[in-house]
Design a protein around this ligand. Structure first.
Ligand code: SF4
Ligand code: SF4
Length: 233
């Protein structure tokens, strides 16, 4: 590893953590470029690296979901975390651009017209950066916080010292599968080249979340997060 790359990676890590992030890691996307192209087209060809950032969600708020169902508090902090992550992504982009690199911040929340698809997978970037594994719930699970974080990604051409993807530790667990009231989770182990529809019925999830707005007044769910045994003290 080139010393300059190592030093810049350390400096960037320190900077991102100073903005309020809970975790940051770097992913080398080059071994997955064909798969990325198949999913998103050639739009990201010029960005072989990714900065993946996790922002910690309050664990009490996630745990409360299991007792009360979707709550206003969760909806509020979900939005707040997305705003915080978008700001971190912009500051990270600025940091990279000031050093002469190209960078593209991927918004923290989905921006497609139907709200179902992101323009790049934050979870895949976080997994490839070594922050955690993608659970059967399709959320990023980290050893210390389970699914209790939200993510943002900055794609870049800056060469970075990259992490190693973490093996899944879901094992035989079926907690998220059993907790999903929409029966959207299919209980499959994540694989990079697998279509997301093989793991989760996104339409069923979306409809349940939409109906929550009528029942609870908030457009969220998160029951699969509160059911996960990882990250619980
Ligand atoms: S957010 Fe709710 S509906 Fe969607 S997969 Fe998780 S538990 Fe199921
Ligand atoms: S609840 Fe169990 S199966 Fe689902 S993501 Fe967490 S550890 Fe994996």
């Amino acid at each position: 590893m080139n010393d300059n790359i190592k030093a810049m990676s350390e400096e960037l890590k320190e900077f991102v953590l100073s903005t309020g992030a809970g975790k940051v890691g770097f992913a080398d996307l080059r071994p997955y470029s064909e798969n990325i192209r198949k999913t998103y087209g050639s739009v990201w060809d010029n960005y072989p690296f990714a900065v993946s950032v996790a922002f910690n969600m309050p664990s009490a708020i996630i745990r409360e979901l299991a007792l009360k169902g979707p709550t206003d508090s969760y909806a509020r902090f979900y939005d707040a975390a997305n705003i915080a992550l978008d700001i971190i992504a912009m500051r990270t982009t600025d940091w990279l651009e000031e050093r002469g690199f190209s960078a593209f911040p991927i918004p923290a929340s989905k921006v497609s017209k139907d709200g179902l698809y992101g323009i790049f997978s934050h979870r895949a970037a976080a997994h490839l950066a070594g922050l955690g594994w993608i659970g059967k719930s399709c959320s990023l699970i980290t050893p210390d916080r389970g699914p209790m974080q939200r993510l943002v990604t900055v794609l870049s051409d800056a060469p970075l010292q990259c992490g190693v993807p973490m093996e899944s530790k879901c094992g035989d667990c079926t907690c998220c599968f059993k907790a999903c009231p929409a029966h959207a989770i299919k209980g499959q182990k994540w694989q990079m080249d697998q279509n997301v529809n093989e793991r989760v019925d996104r339409e069923a999830c979306r409809m349940f979340i939409k109906n929550n707005a009528e029942t609870y007044g908030v457009n969220v769910c998160g029951l699969c997060l509160s059911a996960c045994p990882w990250g619980k003290c």
